[in-house]
Each structure stands twice: as structure tokens, then as C-alpha cells.
Design a protein around this ligand. Structure first.
Ligand code: PTJ
Length: 249
């Protein structure tokens, strides 16, 4: 890793870049994952690099949906493995939910590297290594999944996603929770619950809500899910962004 002084005003952001760049050199992150990260950074800047109230509201409903699910699955790609592996494991244990590796740029080497990375962290179940099903309507390798995992899941959490699979999963009748800093992306627009926040903040915040909501009745969790209006929340996020930009000029 490069030597970044702790006093640097962009220390956290630069360290995250170092982490993702190191993971790319290790073959966990695909090289285009760096481009995706840069795009995310730009949107995060506009949001003020904070969890805005609309994102927190979505994180709360996401926690409710995961708790009420029969077979919830958290999808893992290269960027997610690099940035929030421990947080995803912790969230999966709190719900409980399964983890499944699902890659856009899928090669057996990358799958193996990511699987080893997770197995070294001592997790029990990790799907996606031996796919035995395909998500209908998808030509890319993103379609490859496991029967016991994403294929039969009723709720899928897809942090950092490409739009096609999000739409295909919604088309299969699943509740799709997307985490995407770009509120205009096809993923953000087509998910059932869109969290416009950085995965680094979003995953721990969903887990905080999981612990809080576990203390409430299931009927209360179901009420939260029923009353969720995703397009309204996205509209409010666009208003937040435009007000923030307006206030600067
Ligand atoms: O590991 P693979 O092979 O599955 O590939 C993963 C990437 C991310 C390369 C692949 O899914 C991809 O190309 O994604 P896109 O289409 O570039 O979309 C990524 C989205 O994630 C963009 O809308 C970014 O704004 C957003 N994003 C990037 N970093 C973050 C993020 N959202 C939340 N938190 C981030 N840290």
C-alpha cells in the first residue's frame, strides 16, 4: 500500500482506493470495478459522503424485508468482497441470510479467489461456486446461480449491481434490494428497495436496523414493507441532490 498520511483530508477515501486497487492486483476486483468505484465516488461527493435520511429509510425497510424473508440471499461481487466482506458476513449472520458469489466478469479463477477469501474468514455456507441454475432472460454470466441460493431466494440484496440482472430478478418475482450511489442507474430505477448510499455505510446500517427491528413484531416489519414507495423515495433523493447543488450557487 502507498504511504498515505493520516492527516490527509481525504485519508479515508484514499485508503478505500488503496484497498480496492490492492484487491484488483490480487484478482478479486475486476479492472472495470475501479471505474465503477470512481463513478460511485463522484455520486458520493454529491450526497455529502453521508447517509442521507432517504437512504436510512430504505435501509430500515431493507432490514425488514430481509428479516421477513424465507430465503434471503446477499449477492457478492468483486467490489463488495474488497470493501465490505466482514460487514456482509456479519449481516448474513444477524438475519440469517446466505451469501452467494455472482460475478458479471466471471472466470473460474476469480470465483475461486473470492471463495478462498471468504472461506479464510471462516464462513459456513457460500453459494455461487458450483452454479446449477440460470436467471431467465440474461445472456451474461451474471445469469449463473445456485438453486438453493439466488434462484429460489425470495429477497436478494444486490450491492453494486448492473441493471440487467436487477431487472431479471424483479422479473422472477423477487424482492430486490439494491445499493447504488447513482439514483439514476437502471439498477436504482428497477429495484424494489433502492438504497442510495455507499456500501461501506449501507451494510452496517442495515445490520443496525436488523438488530432494532428484531425487537418489533413481524406485523410491524410487514407494515414497513407494505408502505414502501420506492419511486417516491428516489424522487426525494433527486430533490435532495438538486437542492444541495442549488445551495452551492
Ligand atoms: O465483480 P464483477 O465482475 O461482478 O463486476 C462488478 C462491477 C461493479 C464492475 C459491475 O457490476 C459493473 O460494471 O457495475 P456498473 O454497471 O459499473 O455499476 C456499478 C454501480 O455501483 C454504479 O452505478 C456506481 O455508481 C455504483 N457504486 C460504485 N461504488 C459504489 C457504488 N454504490 C455504492 N457503494 C459504492 N462503494
Amino acid at each position: 500500500m502507498s504511504q498515505i498520511p493520516k492527516s490527509h483530508p481525504r485519508y479515508q477515501s484514499l485508503m478505500t482506493r488503496e484497498t480496492i486497487s490492492k484487491a484488483m492486483k490480487q484478482g478479486i476486483v475486476h479492472e472495470t470495478g475501479l471505474i465503477a468505484h470512481g463513478r460511485g465516488e463522484a455520486f458520493d461527493y454529491l450526497l455529502g459522503e453521508t447517509t442521507i435520511p432517504q437512504a436510512d429509510a430504505a435501509e430500515k425497510v431493507a432490514a425488514a424485508a430481509l428479516l421477513c424473508a424465507k430465503n434471503p440471499v446477499i449477492s457478492i461481487n468483486g467490489n463488495v468482497a474488497a470493501l465490505v466482506s466482514d460487514e456482509c458476513i456479519s449481516l448474513s449472520e444477524s438475519i440469517p441470510a446466505a451469501l452467494e458469489i455472482n460475478l458479471f466478469h466471471r472466470t473460474s479463477t476469480r470465483v475461486r479467489k473470492i471463495a478462498t477469501f471468504f472461506h479464510n474468514k471462516d464462513i459456513k455456507t457460500l453459494y455461487g461456486i458450483h452454479p446449477d441454475a440460470r436467471i431467465p432472460g440474461l445472456d451474461s454470466d451474471r445469469a449463473l446461480c445456485e438453486q438453493k441460493g439466488i434462484f429460489t431466494a425470495d429477497v436478494v440484496l444486490v450491492p453494486l449491481e448492473d441493471g440487467d440482472r436487477c431487472q431479471a430478478l424483479v422479473g422472477m418475482g423477487k424482492t430486490v434490494i439494491a445499493i447504488d450511489l447513482n439514483p439514476l442507474s437502471r439498477t436504482a430505477q428497477s429495484a424494489t428497495i433502492t438504497i442510495v448510499d455507499n456500501v461501506i455505510r449501507a451494510i452496517p446500517q442495515i445490520e443496525r436496523w436488523v438488530h432494532k427491528l428484531k425487537k418489533t413484531k413481524q406485523s410491524e416489519q410487514e407494515r414497513l414493507i407494505r408502505s414502501w414507495e420506492n419511486s417516491k423515495n428516489l424522487e426525494n433523493i433527486m430533490c435532495f441532490l438538486s437542492k444541495r447543488l442549488n445551495s452551492l450557487c
